[in-house]
Ligand binder design. Structure first.
Ligand SMILES: NC(=O)c1ccc[n+]([C@@H]2O[C@H](COP(=O)([O-])OP(=O)(O)OC[C@H]3O[C@@H](n4cnc5c(N)ncnc54)[C@H](OP(=O)(O)O)[C@@H]3O)[C@@H](O)[C@H]2O)c1
Length: 239
């Protein structure tokens, strides 16, 4: 297969890149930093594509003319938290939406015409869309947008025989989560995340949510009255 991965320079994307390349697939690795992408994927990729995915023109130019692609994994993303809700930082909000949601849309615009019939697009969301998390207003909104985008796109690409997978990982030990100062229950290695994703994509799964115990826990809390989650994460209301 010809497999394209965005955000291939680090974390989950890099592990996926290594694993697909090791399995003999042809890899197109995408990132925004040429040096970082070259040192991480230079030896394993048949092609490197450099562009900031929040920049539409750069993304369209960099991803033009790649040729037929079997699988595109749109994984690039970042996380920034709103630390003080009263001082709502709309510039931060916009940055996160630009990178995670709009960046995915730009990649879709560039890549869908190059996806072969029978091919697949995978969109990297997060289990954070299953339950609202404290300080995740921007990150969660960007990923919730990706959920809808993927589920809607799947309906419309069906007649073109292109599958759409929505991936919602639990906490994975990467540079992104290394910045978190809170406990991350059930955190797994990028190697395990990659194994799960590759296996489920090969099965053509529409939704890839993992790990099962973590997803079950989130769904249970989400099913309880929302007041409970608000109290659990938000603490006591001050009068
Ligand atoms: N780790 C988790 O617990 C977790 C859980 C659920 C979902 N996810 C999602 O999984 C994806 C990968 O995250 P990760 O944990 O592997 O994080 P990571 O190690 O920080 O990797 C993120 C990748 O995205 C790239 N990227 C970020 N902003 C970009 C931009 N504007 N243009 C182009 N590339 C950009 C990064 O490039 P640079 O190397 O240049 O920074 C890097 O290659 C993200 O979409 C994240 O939201 C992660």
């Amino acid at each position: 297969m010809r497999v394209l991965i965005t955000g291939a320079s680090s974390g989950i994307g890099l592990q996926l890149a290594r694993d697909y390349a090791a399995a003999g697939h042809q890899l197109i690795a995408c990132g925004r930093d040429r040096d970082k992408l070259t040192s991480s994927c230079g030896d394993i990729a048949s092609q490197l594509v450099v562009a900031d995915n929040a920049d539409r023109d750069a993304t369209l130019a960099a991803m033009a003319g790649l040729g037929e692609i079997d699988l595109a994994i749109l994984n690039a993303g970042g996380c920034e938290y709103i630390d003080d809700a009263l001082q709502f930082d709309s510039a931060l909000f916009r940055r996160v939406i630009d990178t995670n949601l709009n960046g995915t849309a730009y990649a879709l615009e560039a890549l869908l015409p190059q996806l072969r019939r029978g091919g697949r697009v995978a969109i990297m969301s997060s289990t954070s869309t299953l339950l609202p998390f404290s300080r995740a207003e921007a990150y969660g909104a960007s990923k919730a947008g990706l959920d809808y985008l993927a589920n809607s796109l799947r309906i419309d690409l069906r007649r073109h025989a292109i599958g759409v997978s929505l991936i919602r990982p639990c906490f994975v030990d990467t540079p992104l989560t290394a910045r978190n100062t809170f406990a991350m229950p059930g955190i797994i290695s990028p190697a395990r995340a990659s194994r799960i994703i590759i296996k489920q994509l090969a099965r053509g799964r529409d939704e890839i949510n993992f790990t099962r115990p973590f997803v079950a826990f989130l769904r249970l809390v989400a099913w309880l009255p929302s007041a409970l989650n608000n109290r659990l994460q938000g603490g006591k209301r001050q009068s």
